[in-house]
Design a protein around this ligand. Sequence first.
Ligand SMILES: NC(=O)c1ccc[n+]([C@@H]2O[C@H](COP(=O)([O-])OP(=O)(O)OC[C@H]3O[C@@H](n4cnc5c(N)ncnc54)[C@H](OP(=O)(O)O)[C@@H]3O)[C@@H](O)[C@H]2O)c1
Length: 323
Amino acid sequence: MKAAVFRKYGPPDVLTIEDVEKPAPGDDEVLVRVHATTVCTPDWRFRSAKPFFFIRPMIGLRRPAKKFNILGLEFAGQVEQVGAKVSRFAVGDRVFGSTGFKMGAHAQYVCVPEYRGLAKTPDAVTDEQAAAIPFGGISALHFLRRAKVAAGQKVLIYGASGSVGTYAVQLAKHFGAHVTAVCSTANLDLVRSLGADYAIDYTKEDFSSDGRIYDVVFDAVGKTHARQSVRPLKRGGFYVLVGANLSAILGGIWLKLSGAGRLIGGMARALPGDLDLLGRLVAAGKVSPVIGRRFALDEIAEAHRYAESGHKRGNAVVITEEK
Ligand SMILES: NC(=O)c1ccc[n+]([C@@H]2O[C@H](COP(=O)([O-])OP(=O)(O)OC[C@H]3O[C@@H](n4cnc5c(N)ncnc54)[C@H](OP(=O)(O)O)[C@@H]3O)[C@@H](O)[C@H]2O)c1
């Protein structure tokens, strides 16, 4: 099978398209013929070893360990083979899911455990859409849940045009919140089309100085500063750091210590049924995966450049099927 392979850390050009052995499913695994995958934030962070103190101890100090030579966390496709103990999936099922930090989806086939990170793709959802659900969708869902976002609350989503941000806007609206979305000029129409009640252009305005107060300030890209977490937050409100920087972390710690607000961070985790829930919401047209650009597998380096630019719109989808 064809796969995008990386054997050393570096720029997108370290990726090469190679013929590699097709994986074989274990007893509790499903072999998926991948039709679409994405380049999401962990892909380019692994490839470039950024930040090195986090990535290198995790996947290889000098070079990535062999088991990480194929990146790719999200996928959608069709079940080609099932292990002896698999009961939830059958050959021919359309499925989508996440390999987590095991990666491996930038290939024409991937093996995944039936009980972790795999769901059936609803008929109304395309493979391109389905591949773009798990990373942003699960992350947004996890952090909105922890911030107890509910009907009538005022929620600010900072960095509303990225993978996590576009889902956070739509899911917060789905939960009944009043959503203010912060993005650049080029993405104002996009976030409004996703349902944002109010949009702020971060290149022209500081969201924290217009006097508006929020129950939740949700930083989807880790680019807010300490003072921005304090000023617009209702007393006891949640400051969510999906991504983080030192200033934001210090602001969040101050909020917590002073009792003025609550800080939420850490790693997103899926609950059983979350992928099915997101699939249903997409099928019902309540949530729409945003696809900024599409690439073929042999354009994987270009897809990494786009994802790493910091200005990706929603998701970068890679089609693995050959034309
Ligand atoms: N804790 C966790 O479990 C977890 C889970 C998922 C993601 N993350 C982290 O969350 C962050 C976001 O991930 P992602 O994949 O959603 O990112 P992404 O898709 O790459 O985000 C790109 C978006 O960020 C926007 N952006 C860039 N600079 C901005 C700024 N100064 N202010 C506002 N928006 C800005 C861009 O919009 P413009 O082009 O308009 O600037 C672009 O649309 C990453 O750091 C990732 O590592 C953490």
